[in-house]
Design a protein around this ligand. Structure first.
Ligand SMILES: NC(=O)c1ccc[n+]([C@@H]2O[C@H](COP(=O)([O-])OP(=O)(O)OC[C@H]3O[C@@H](n4cnc5c(N)ncnc54)[C@H](OP(=O)(O)O)[C@@H]3O)[C@@H](O)[C@H]2O)c1
Length: 355
């Protein structure tokens, strides 16, 4: 087990480093200027949010009741946003919201806690209905942050592997259901403002080496591995941002931007299904590399609020900076495999947005 984790860590952090450096020469689209002395691996949420005022802005954060999501919610709320915290454990969300509100008594923001289970398509649709019933569909910011890292193969009620279902298919369906409303909201905004979507992926996406690996991951128990499926779900998160950005551009929708991010390594409850002694040991081994939850939220927040990224869509960010895609991810983004995975996701969630 420890060996597998070491390999995963190697793949995520080192494997593509050399390829990445070579690919940088071909990268043509990074045209923004995020000052590296301000936006880097140690940047905190507070630093990104300095001078940001989100009064009258509504933000949705999935999985906002703990970990990186909680830090993201706190940063947005403390800068006056109305934040919708969407996760399964609403009681926990309410407790967290109360604590955040008490830490920022001067905020003009608000926290609303709603129930969302990304493992069930029916529940995702009920969640959107609840947003509608509460007049909360005019969203300015959507942060797909929730995630799980299952330690065994379990199929959801819709027939898909649990990690892929929660991390990718549930979010994909939610995105499809929200898109018409995001478009309507974006059309109401002044020219210098856009609806922003941030999808929390992971460096673990680099574990994907070929197309079949992705296709098998949705339902095939024999091909299941916990690391593999987690990495594939994060690859599909990144794919969603890239393809959505392309589709929006092709449809001349330039008032919605979408980017994906890797938050870094943060000690959270993500591996809660795992043996706690093992998780403790891994966290001990990785203590030199780990970020704080506030540093973990900073890349998400950069994509959510940085004025420098006003015209950036379809990018992948780590340590608050845009990075080139590498390895099979880069190939898949160019050769049409990403579009195939998008079409597969539409088919499995039985949704289609008419771009
Ligand atoms: N921690 C890291 O080192 C790291 C590294 C790379 C990427 N990430 C990514 O960062 C994101 C946040 O992870 P984290 O580390 O902060 O994990 P975490 O502390 O375990 O938080 C996960 C959040 O997701 C929610 N969630 C889990 N399953 C859900 C479901 N079926 N439906 C709705 N919400 C669900 C949880 O709330 P409920 O249980 O109440 O639903 C919780 O709020 C994830 O996407 C993860 O893949 C983390």
């Amino acid at each position: 087990m420890v060996c597998c984790i070491t390999i995963l860590f190697y793949l995520v952090y080192f494997d593509d480093e050399e390829i990445h450096r070579k690919n940088c020469r071909f990268k043509m689209t990074i045209s923004h200027n995020l000052d590296p002395s301000l936006f880097n691996s140690s940047t905190t949420a507070e630093k990104v949010m300095r001078d940001v005022d989100l009064t009258n802005k509504v933000a949705l954060v999935t999985g906002g009741n703990t970990g990186i999501g909680e830090s993201t919610v706190e940063a947005l709320y403390s800068h006056h946003a109305h934040v919708i915290i969407a996760s399964r454990n609403v009681e926990k969300s309410e407790q967290v919201a109360k604590e955040i509100e008490s830490r920022h008594p001067n905020s003009k923001g608000k926290c609303t806690c709603l129930s969302l289970d990304l493992l069930s398509f029916t529940t995702v649709k009920s969640f959107v209905q609840e947003l509608k019933d509460n007049n909360l569909l005019a969203l300015d910011l959507v942060i797909f942050n929730a995630g799980l890292f299952s330690n065994s193969f379990i199929k959801t009620e819709d027939g898909y592997e649990r990690t892929i279902a929660a991390n990718h298919l549930g979010h994909f369906l939610l995105l499809m259901e929200l898109l018409p409303h995001l478009k309507a909201r974006a059309d109401q905004l002044p020219k210098d403002e856009k609806v922003r979507i941030v999808i929390v992926s992971s460096g673990a996406h680099k574990i994907v080496k070929n197309k079949q690996q992705v296709i098998d991951s949705f339902r095939d128990e024999k091909k299941f591995s916990y690391f593999g499926n987690y990495g594939i779900s994060k690859f599909l998160n990144l794919m969603t941002a890239v393809v959505l950005a392309k589709k929006l551009k092709q449809s001349n929708i330039d008032n919605i931007i979408v980017n994906s991010i890797h938050p870094g390594w943060i000690a959270t409850d993500l591996a809660r299904d795992w043996n706690s002694a093992l998780v403790g040991f891994i966290n001990f081994l990785g203590s030199a590399f780990r970020k704080t939850p506030s540093q973990g939220a900073s890349t998400t927040l950069t994509c959510a609020v940085a004025p420098e990224l006003h015209n950036v869509s379809g990018g992948y960010f780590e340590d608050c900076q845009e990075k080139s895609l590498t390895g099979y991810t880069k190939t898949a983004s160019i050769c049409g495999d990403f579009e195939e995975f998008w079409n597969l996701s539409e088919k499995y969630t039985n949704t289609k947005y008419p771009f």
